[in-house]
Design a protein around this ligand. Structure first.
Ligand SMILES: Nc1ncnc2c1ncn2[C@@H]1O[C@H](COP(=O)(O)OP(=O)(O)OP(=O)(O)O)[C@@H](O)[C@H]1O
Length: 686
């Protein structure tokens, strides 16, 4: 105490302010360090009583969602026998807020739950969020005060049971995790090549959540299409032995192509729910996707699943908007196999080095998994390489078009079920409607009818309380017919129709009354957008052309300047050579040299016109003109011409020789006309 007083006392006196500040800093630092040390020691002490299980979000099935259930299951059945209620509420709160403290901080929750025995179990749940190079990852820690880990084991098993029960109504989605070096990462590409083990965590599948199953009946396609695909999938999954007996690789590919918003992705989601398969999604154009990564990913999918390659064309045609000459056709295997030299890689330095041959190999190479259903979607089938879509890789092709009248009618019925269904609480909501399996109606039976007969499992989600008027079956049929009639055939996407119906989800009658006006406005909007797009494209094209023209001009000017410079250089060399030659010839003729020099001076009497036409100063002027003409960026064609002309003009002047003034010792340039002198001696005599 006395020491602290001594330490603080000078602060109140009239001591040096710098010293006081330093003291304050030292005191503050000491107090904070002591606080942290004590907190850490206390946590360590408490932790020593806990048995802790760590669960990472990346670990399937021990993901956070499962453990949300876990914690509930602890409350409901597992360890408690009686419901306490507290933990349930806490975890509900968790789920709703579902937030982590900023900057990767953590939140702690401690709940005391009555145990099966007499003593209480202290359960501590800690959620943390780690930020990694390729995203963030949540981690869950469950700690209990116990002598052994039996409780934790039971907890996990209980959670697993609950989780699997819940999973029956869900489709699990896994995303391909590709290798990406974050800008802030200390590792460079070179490091990765040198130490491949650094990549070991990439090219793997990451659980991305579980979505409610979508009933097949909510997908409205042309009659028979859904049933054909579903039957084909089922038949394939049941034919493993048949394939094995014939030595055919046990794989099947489906290519869904067509206009955007026509239900390709929705159908796959629905099929996954119907067949009870998980979906593994690969985006071929994602950063860091390479042949090796894709092969690893394809080899790691489970035997029974749906492998989805979205926007198949995008992987090889990303540069299409930038490359005017591109036809959109993917690079050929030979050209694209040398990934580093492909245009794509030059343009996009994002570490993506996927080649067509790499993709083909990963689809049906020796390392490719068997038993999976491959679904590929594209909006531009014409851009696909034939090798990619050939049978064996893509066995079934389905074309998705804009909505027909039949589809419009069907989707209307999905949105507005008849009174009987609504009363029974089985009303179909929009795309994310009630969940569960349903048996598709065969043939041309309307989807809404199929839905009404479907045995929908009870949804656990909260239902939106939309006040949808309950209309009779006849009225709904009539409205649906009118709605279908008002929709133009093959002009609007089903997604657009869905958007319109969503806007009117509680007004079926008005929805039909106003649909004609909506179609008109939709057409106008599309026209406007088309026009704007054309204008934008024309503008971009014009700008690109202007830029190209400018670049061409600059290049030409530069080339000319270089040529001129080279010519001037050559001329200088020629002059130098000439002067050397003259110097070599003149030493013995000093008198003549003097004579020439005398002739070149202003005061000298005029020399014979035919022997000496230019004075040294004139020759210098000519040379300097040539230099001026060649120098500078503003050189033009005219300047070249004038220079050439001046060259021509200078030619009759003959040799330009260097002479040395004997008196001053200075070198002078003298031009001498090239006259028909018979020999050098006579020229020198001049
Ligand atoms: N045939 C359909 N039946 C029911 N709903 C549909 C249909 N087509 C589209 N939709 C609805 O439109 C939305 C977009 O559909 P989806 O994503 O399946 O289209 P897509 O063909 O995969 O589009 P893109 O090619 O742009 O990926 C979804 O919400 C879906 O509910």
């Amino acid at each position: 105490m006395q020491a602290i007083k001594n330490l603080l006392s000078p602060l109140s006196g009239n001591s040096n302010p710098i010293q006081d500040t330093l003291k304050l800093v030292v005191i503050g630092g000491t107090v904070e360090t002591a606080r942290r040390a004590s907190v850490s020691a206390w946590n360590g002490f408490i932790d020593s009583f806990f048995l802790t299980a760590h669960f990472s979000q990346e670990d399937y099935p021990y993901d956070c969602r499962e453990f949300d259930i876990t914690t509930r299951s602890v409350n409901r059945h597992g360890l408690t026998q009686k419901t306490s209620g507290d933990l349930e509420e806490e975890n509900e709160d968790d789920e709703e807020s579902a937030e982590f403290s900023q900057g990767g901080g953590r939140k702690r929750k401690v709940a005391i739950v009555p145990s099966m025995g007499k003593s209480a179990i202290i359960l501590r749940i800690t959620r943390t969020k780690r930020f990694q190079d390729y995203g963030s990852c949540a981690e869950l820690k469950i700690s209990v005060v116990a002598r052994n880990n039996d409780i934790l084991k039971r907890l996990v098993l209980e959670a697993k049971r609950e989780y699997e029960k819940d999973a029956e109504h869900r489709v699990h989605i896994f995303m391909a995790d590709t290798y990406v070096i974050h800008p802030s990462s200390p590792w460079s590409n070179a490091d990765m090549l040198l130490f491949p083990y650094l990549l070991s965590t990439y090219g793997c599948w990451r659980w991305n959540g579980a979505r409610q199953k979508r009933p097949m009946s909510s997908i409205v396609l042309e009659p028979g299409v859904k049933d054909m695909i579903l039957a084909d999938c089922k038949d394939f999954l049941a034919s493993e032995d048949w394939y094995a007996e014939r030595g055919i690789p046990f794989r099947r590919g489906y290519l869904l192509h067509g206009v955007p918003g026509s239900g390709k992705t929705s159908l796959i989601h629905s099929l996954a729910g119907e067949l009870g398969l998980d979906i593994y999604v690969v985006s071929l154009s994602s950063k860091g996707m390479s042949d090796n990564t894709l092969t690893t990913l394809m080899g790691n999918v489970p035997s029974r699943c749906i492998l989805l390659l979205e926007d198949l064309d995008a992987a090889f045609t990303r540069g299409i908007s930038r490359d005017e000459t591109s036809t959109g056709t993917p690079l050929s295997s030979s050209s694209s196999s040398s990934s580093s030299s492909s245009p794509k890689n030059k343009d996009d330095n994002d570490g993506s080095t996927l080649s067509l041959s790499g993709l083909l190999n990963s689809l049906d190479g020796v390392a490719a998994a068997e038993g999976r259903l491959l679904f590929a979607t594209t909006n531009h089938i014409e851009r696909l390489d034939p090798a990619l879509s050939r049978p064996g890789r893509m066995d079934v092709w389905v074309n998705f078009k804009h909505a027909t009248k039949w589809q419009a009618e069907g989707i209307f019925k999905c949105f507005f079920p008849a009174r009987t269904n609504a009363a029974a609480g089985t009303s179909a909501s929009q795309s994310g409607g009630p969940t569960g399996s349903s048996t598709s109606a065969a043939g041309a039976k309307h989807p809404a009818d199929a839905m009404s007969s479907a045995n929908l499992a009870e949804s656990k989600r909260k239902r939106a309380a939309h006040a949808i008027p309950a209309l009779s079956e006849e009225e709904i049929s009539d409205l649906a017919k009118r709605f279908g009639d008002a929709i133009p055939e093959n002009e609007l996407s089903v997604a657009a129709l869905q958007g319109y119906l969503l806007k009117n989800k509680t007004r079926p009658r008005e929805c039909v009354d106003e649909v004609a006006a909506w179609v008109v406005s939709e057409r106008e909007t599309r026209e406007k957008m088309k026009k704007e797009k054309e204008e934008r494209e024309a503008k971009e094209k014009k700008e690109a052309e202007e830029k190209a023209k400018k670049e061409k001009e600059e290049k030409a000017t530069k080339e000319k300047a270089e040529k001129k410079e080279a010519r001037v250089k050559a001329k200088r060399n020629a002059l130098r050579e000439a002067s050397k030659a003259s110097a070599a010839a003149s030493p013995t003729e000093s008198g003549s040299s003097t004579a020439i020099e005398g002739n070149s001076s202003d005061s000298a009497p005029e020399t014979p016109a035919d022997s000496l036409t230019l004075s040294s100063s004139e020759a210098g002027t000519s040379a300097s003109e040539s230099e001026n003409a060649s120098g500078g960026d503003a050189d033009t064609e005219e300047s070249v011409t004038s220079e050439e002309e001046s060259d021509k003009a200078a030619k009759p002047a003959g040799l330009v020789v260097s002479v040395v003034d004997a008196a001053t010792g200075k070198e002078k340039w003298v031009a001498v006309r090239a006259q028909p002198l018979s020999d050098r001696a006579s020229a020198v005599a001049l």
